[in-house]
Design a protein around this ligand. Structure first.
Ligand SMILES: N[C@H](CCC[C@H](N)C(=O)O)C(=O)O
Length: 283
């Protein structure tokens, strides 16, 4: 199976264009393929598998498989990588693209200089704030600075969906958060019927935050695009930031704008690392 390896600020993906080849899976067992391909010892190694497929009503469809084999609705860093791949290798020589995902049609726009893709600005659509849309259990309404019981205590959380669920916790010192202890407990908290991504956010000023993320189905990653979008929305909802925010992650910085049209725009890089052939046994 021919693949490309990309990353968005260190959040890395194996990218497979299924228009040109069959997948080495029996019976579409994509979960098993995702787990194997993403394994950093028994496979290629990545936070996720990005599959590009033909589709009606958009330029292409992007399907994501997390490294634990689960299938999320959307992936922000992944869609920037997909857009760059499509322009440079995938035969889509256009700057504005429409990529169908389970979270709806996303609209990346390439920012090019000297023929190379320097960055990608993605219209990530509207945030979902209603509790049932996160989804999260509890009474109807938004989840903004609400107590969530954990470990015998409670955390003040804000919940935002960008098609995939995000549990945001604002903290004074993000470097002191025991991410590997709290991440899985919050990811699997019973209040989130479809689990959740978890973001710890330190507000530096009204235009900048620092963030660490524990991703649903992937664990700690160096960056999370949908998480950065959720953080900008959550910061504004809590009155802590403006609606245009620089989100500093361990892997780098994303520029997020929650615009007046209620769409969230994410701008950041995408990097091609290598191309290769997966010659392991089919799954
Ligand atoms: N693990 C995430 C999907 C990938 C999101 C992240 N890589 C991004 O850049 O948005 C989830 O299950 O919702």
């Amino acid at each position: 199976m021919h693949f490309y390896k990309y990353h968005g600020l260190g959040n890395d993906f194996v990218l497979v264009d299924t228009r040109r080849q069959e997948l080495p899976v029996a019976g579409e067992d994509l979960s098993a393929l995702g787990r194997l391909v993403c394994d950093r010892h028994f496979g290629i190694g990545a936070d996720g598998l990005v599959l590009l497929r033909p589709v009606d009503g958009a330029d292409i469809q992007m399907q994501i498989i997390n490294s634990d084999g689960s299938e999320p609705e959307m992936c922000g860093n992944g869609i920037r990588c997909a857009a760059k791949y499509l322009y440079e290798h995938g035969g889509l020589r256009q700057d504005e693209m429409r990529i169908a995902t389970l979270a709806g049609i996303m609209r990346p726009r390439l920012i090019r200089q000297n023929g190379r893709v320097q960055a990608v600005r993605v219209d990530m659509g509207e945030p979902r704030l209603e509790r049932t849309d996160i989804p999260m259990t509890g009474p109807p309404g938004r989840v903004v600075d609400e107590p969530l019981a954990l470990n015998g205590g409670s955390f003040r959380v804000t919940a935002v969906s960008m098609g995939n669920p995000h549990c945001l916790i604002f903290t004074a010192h993000v470097d002191r958060v025991p991410l590997t202890e709290l991440g899985p407990k919050l990811e699997n908290h019973p209040a989130f019927p479809r689990k959740t991504n978890v973001e710890f956010i330190e507000v530096l000023n009204r235009g900048e935050v620092r963030m660490r993320v524990w991703e649903r189905g992937a664990g700690p990653t160096l960056a999370c695009g949908t998480g950065a979008c959720a953080a900008a929305v959550g910061g504004a909802l809590n009155g802590l930031t403006e609606r245009t925010v620089k989100v500093h992650l361990p892997g780098g910085t994303l520029d997020i704008q929650w615009a007046e049209d209620n769409h969230v725009y994410m701008t950041g890089p995408a990097a091609e690392v290598f191309a290769g052939e997966y010659t392991g046994r089919p799954v």
